[in-house]
Design a protein. Structure first.
Length: 505
């Protein structure tokens, strides 16, 4: 009850005129930044941080937090409408969102995205409100060995769960790992696969990679197959984008499930919203009712990805506020802002700065509702993008891809890399190789490499550290079962069918 009373006092702080407009302004900026490929939440918060130096700390963090979670909403727009994820967490949204647009269901996809983002974000905020310190403690239990085992489990499962062929999925997973090793090693400081190029010493940037794989490869597909323009009802409104009762029943379970899982993923050091969306999409692909149709254009896929990345964004505030440990790149920028404002995140923050802490938590409830209303109001205007003829859309998307790739480092090398990756993406998708495992492996490889090196440093090179720590041993056991059980079950079904005189299912 004490937490509830403090939360009510926090609403009094958050609803002050200054803080309310700060949340609204942050929501608008977050949607815009999220929808622009090449920026993302880290860049957006970092660029706008100087604007808050003259504000009171509570007002400043409320605006920056609103930018962060509103960015999760905005990133889905270009992913659904143009197949160009605005930020890395929206990669999974594009897998089902864009096919829905091609089916003339862009309004349904956008509405599903917004509602699921709201559900996931709200679940994350509720869990953060009442379990923030406990969540942070759980996050601390994941040291380098546990993080290594978790990411290894994700890498081994993603190739099997995304795509029709496990072999093709694992192939693109290995390709993603290979691309992620380009540049100077994070652990040894040695140059790898740079081939004498100074541009490759820093590695392949993620944004040009994802823009090429999704955006420019889509341009090549449009030019190669000369598909006709999408037929969209010109009278499309919010009412016509609403989900039916049966569709709501399909969206609610994955949104709630992903909201809970995404929150716990978000508290892990270095995980962030990107890993949250990947993990929740994998879970939906594994246990969802329409799991066999995932990736072809089902609203459950959009719901799982969007609820996952929004809840992970909320979950990342738990270790930030309770322990002073950032759970993502964006929360690391926020940590720098807190320290500049003279605030010290940690266990005493709630006690020493209750107005700040509970005002921020309350503002997240308010800001999440504001972002939802703004996002829903934008649907009829966003649909106009799909009415643009292909002859106009191709050069526009190409320009967006070039600008997005160039904006990362203001370097034309990233543009060339984006074009090359786009060609590769077009080829591998033409032969039905899934792209998502490649991107997941690319994102997670640096983290797993660092965790592996740190683990060996802790154990003086002894590999048994991964099996003597309970969480790590459990994750590795689950991974082994994941590989062993399917062949055993398949063999059992085959023998049972032969014994009964039937044919195997």
């Amino acid at each position: 009850m004490e937490s509830f009373d403090l939360l009510l006092q926090g609403f009094g702080t958050a609803l002050s005129l200054q803080n309310f407009f700060a949340a609204m302004f942050g929501a608008v900026l977050g949607i815009i930044v999220g929808a622009m490929p090449g920026l993302g939440s880290v860049t957006g918060v970092a660029l706008l941080l100087p604007l808050t130096f003259g504000m009171p700390p509570t007002t400043a963090i409320i605006m920056l937090a609103a930018i962060y979670y509103a960015n999760m909403y905005g990133g889905s727009y270009s992913a659904i409408l143009l197949n160009i994820p605005g930020d890395s967490p929206a990669v999974m949204t594009a897998l089902d969102g864009y096919p829905l647009s091609k089916q003339g269901k862009a309004g349904k996809a956008l509405f599903t995205s917004n509602i699921s983002s709201f559900i996931g974000g709200t679940i994350g905020i509720i869990i953060l409100t009442f379990m923030g310190p406990a969540l942070a403690t759980i996050g601390l239990a994941f040291g380098p060995p546990e993080v290594f085992s978790l990411i290894l489990f994700a890498l081994c499962s993603i190739g099997w769960l995304l795509g029709d062929s496990p072999l093709k999925g694992l192939t693109t997973t290995f390709l993603g790992i290979l691309l992620a090793t380009v540049g100077v090693s994070m652990t040894l400081g040695q140059s790898r696969f740079a081939f004498g190029s100074t541009n490759l010493l820093a590695g392949i940037a993620f944004i040009p990679l994802v823009i090429g794989m999704f955006g420019f490869s889509q341009v090549m597909e449009m030019m190669t197959f000369r598909k006709g323009d999408l037929t969209i009802d010109k009278r499309l409104t919010i009412r016509e984008s609403l989900l039916s009762k049966s569709e709501i029943k399909r969206v609610i379970p994955p949104a709630i499930r992903s909201g809970v899982l995404g929150t716990f993923v978000g508290i892990l050091p270095g995980a962030g919203a990107t890993t949250g969306s990947f993990m929740t999409y994998i879970l939906q692909k594994k246990i969802g009712k329409n799991k066999e149709k995932m990736g072809t254009g089902v609203i459950e896929g959009v719901a799982a990805a969007e609820a996952g990345n929004n809840s992970a964004a909320a979950g990342s505030f738990a270790p930030l506020l309770s322990l002073g440990i950032p759970g993502s790149g964006t929360s690391a920028v926020l940590l720098g802002g807190l320290m500049m404002w003279g605030l010290t995140p940690g266990p005493l923050l709630v006690t020493n700065e209750p107005e700040f802490f509970w005002g921020l938590i309350a503002s997240m409830y308010i800001g999440n509702a504001i972002v939802l209303l703004m996002a829903l109001a934008m649907i009829p205007f966003l649909i106009y993008i799909l009415r643009v003829p292909t002859a106009v859309m191709v050069p526009v998307i190409t320009a967006v891809c070039i600008v997005g790739a160039y904006s990362v480092n203001n370097n034309m090398f990233d543009v060339y890399m984006m074009l090359i990756v786009g060609v590769i993406g077009f080829i591998i998708q033409k032969y039905k190789f899934p792209v998502a495992p490649l991107l997941l492996a690319f994102v997670l490889t640096p983290r797993i490499e660092t965790s592996l090196r740190q683990s060996f440093d802790m154990s003086m090179g002894d590999p048994t550290i991964f099996f003597t720590r309970p969480i790590s041993a459990t994750l590795l056991s689950m991974m082994m079962l994941f590989f062993i059980l399917p062949p055993i079950i398949g063999l059992y079904k085959k023998k049972k069918a032969e014994t009964s005189g039937g044919t195997p299912a």
